[in-house]
Design a binder for this molecule. Sequence first.
Ligand SMILES: Cc1cc2nc3c(=O)[nH]c(=O)nc-3n(C[C@H](O)[C@H](O)[C@H](O)COP(=O)(O)OP(=O)(O)OC[C@H]3O[C@@H](n4cnc5c(N)ncnc54)[C@H](O)[C@@H]3O)c2cc1C
Length: 247
Amino acid sequence: MTQTPPPTPNLRTIYQFKLAQIIDHTPQIRELYCELIGSPAFTFKAGQFVMLHVPVEGGKPALRAFSLASTDENKTGFKLIFKFVESGVASNYVWNLKGDEILQMTGPFGKVFFQEPPTEQIIFLNTGSGISQHFSFLESKMKQYPNLHYKLFFGVRYESDIYYEKELKRLQAHLPHFEYHYVLSRPTESWTGKKGYVQDCLKDLEYKTTPTTFYMCGNGAMIKDVKKQLLEIDGLEKNRVWSEAFD
Ligand SMILES: Cc1cc2nc3c(=O)[nH]c(=O)nc-3n(C[C@H](O)[C@H](O)[C@H](O)COP(=O)(O)OP(=O)(O)OC[C@H]3O[C@@H](n4cnc5c(N)ncnc54)[C@H](O)[C@@H]3O)c2cc1C
């Protein structure tokens, strides 16, 4: 009997995933756990993203990028984190899902990877759903590099936008030098944590003498501001500053 060789995965392969779980962290943040169905195997490296094929009535699917938000050690599934965009094609599709649907995706794409060997200090700055890429870096690398000094600044507007604290605490239990801060641009008066934009936190950080790598993810304006400070004003080397803009 002749055996058909398994199909060779490539970037045009459309993978099928079963929507195994939906978690609504806030009204605007939805997390999906997607489980691979059948072959070929889907492998990725932390930092990469998939293109979700969003069905469009009477037309070709709309393709939207979403960063893989969980460890790259899992070859059978991953999490994605979505931020709702008003009247958005993908947003409306994702917020209408009920569970058990089959999702189609291509990938993995992207060239923002965790730099190895790593520097002593790692600083993550993200906004909105930009935690996705950084959470994948942390979850994928924590066993290999538990003793690095990780600092994560998570920008949202209001207290009610805060999410993922349980997940970050879970990582913190294994990482002796991991601190994370929510930075609120529109907090109430009772908020005692960090206020303003994530980029405002740079001034309180020591990165000019401590070897540091920066990763930014999310809002493009934030990324532009931080890059200007780090690369043009502070003169950091390009290979110490990595970013993924979502807009
Ligand atoms: C490499 C990469 C990775 C990404 N990863 C993620 C991720 O992990 N999670 C995630 O939620 N998003 C991510 N995005 C953004 C995502 O691809 C979509 O752009 C976003 O979800 C909006 O798609 P939509 O179809 O709902 O809106 P669309 O129908 O494309 O847009 C509707 C309207 O909203 C505006 N708009 C589009 N995107 C945004 C935005 N991000 N913020 C505000 N307004 C917007 C458009 O200009 C348009 O007016 C990523 C983008 C890139 C390039």
